[in-house]
Design a binder for this molecule. Structure first.
Ligand code: CP
Length: 306
């Protein structure tokens, strides 16, 4: 395994997180820094994506590298039965860095263990999405001016939502207070609540997305109910529309409140929220470009001469 791989947010320290945020800031100010000349990066997406794949590919292009890969595994030899191990070993022959999304939890860890090429996890099932977390942290820092002592309310699919799992773990360094708003079927899994307990992270659980919860939050992190993770489609139908944020619900919210969402959204944020200055999800996705430029450089061991 290459030690520059980023498979879980727990692979990197607080100092490394802060270093990546600083570099993201640099890339926001200097997006076209051509430091990947001669480098080839593979984007292997076994599961659909818009933002993650396109922002990674834009990041490589803006840094002067080249991209190969696929956005639909059915066009590759995995559809003929080639294993993930063989696919990763083959691609490693061609590239300097592998960026991979897969529908199976643990797939990115497994891939990182069968190659010496660094692997970046672009989402593995319901498990982790560490690069989303870096752009989330960057977005929180930009809008709040700090990562410390914030009240963060996570709403929706906390069971299958890999973005909330990674973000929760990354926030361990910054004394957060979490509010978990979800129905019983989609509550935050026990392993993440245990993580909070072991690390002294405060949290409360709610089934009601109440005015009290909204009005005492610095960040509201909405999530989509992930139909693709359900084995029982009737259960999905029962829970899919339980939590929707409407503009009027923000009338008495804090001035510094920002609404985040990893996107894509379905019904969980009404379009009437989009013009509210507290809506930040589109800028959040833009921040992904800068955060991913920083992550790519780190994975390739490239120093940025500012
Ligand atoms: N946030 C996110 O992972 O979006 P995509 O699925 O479009 O990549």
């Amino acid at each position: 395994m290459n030690s520059n791989s980023l498979v879980s947010i727990s692979d990197i320290s607080k100092d490394e997180i802060l270093g990546l945020l600083e570099q993201a800031r640099y890339f926001e100010e200097n997006p076209n820094h051509k430091i990947l000349d001669g480098k080839v990066v593979a984007t292997l997406f076994f599961e659909p994506s818009t933002r993650t794949r396109l922002s990674f590919e834009t990041a490589v292009n803006r840094l002067g590298g080249r991209v190969i890969g696929f956005s639909d595994a059915s066009t590759t030899s995995s559809s003929k039965g080639e294993t993930l191990k063989d696919t990763i070993k083959m691609v490693s022959n061609y590239v300097d860095l592998i960026i991979m999304r897969h529908y199976l939890e643990g797939a990115a860890r497994y891939a990182s263990e069968v190659t010496d090429t660094p692997v970046i996890n672009a989402g593995d099932g319901a498990n982790q999405h560490p690069t989303q977390t870096m752009l989330d942290l960057y977005s929180i820092y930009k809008t709040q001016g700090t990562l410390e002592n914030l009240t963060i309310t996570m709403v929706g699919d906390l069971k299958y939502g890999r973005t909330v799992h990674s973000l929760l773990m990354a926030m361990q360094y910054f004394n957060p207070t979490f509010r978990f708003v979800a129905c019983k079927e989609l509550e935050m899994p026990a392993e993440y609540k245990d993580f909070c307990d072991k690390n002294g992270i405060k949290y409360t659980e709610h089934t009601d997305f109440s005015a009290d919860v909204i009005n005492s939050s610095d960040i509201i992190y909405m999530t989509r109910v992930q139909r693709e993770r359900f084995t029982d489609i009737m259960e999905y139908e029962r829970v899919k529309n339980l939590y929707t944020l409407h503009n009027a619900m923000l009338d008495n919210s804090r001035d510094n409140l920002r609404i985040l969402h990893p996107l894509p959204r379905v019904n969980e944020i009404d379009y009437d929220v989009d013009d509210n200055p507290k809506a930040y999800y589109f800028q959040q996705a833009q921040n992904g470009l800068y955060a991913r430029q920083a992550i790519i450089c780190k994975a390739l061991g490239i120093e940025i001469n500012k």
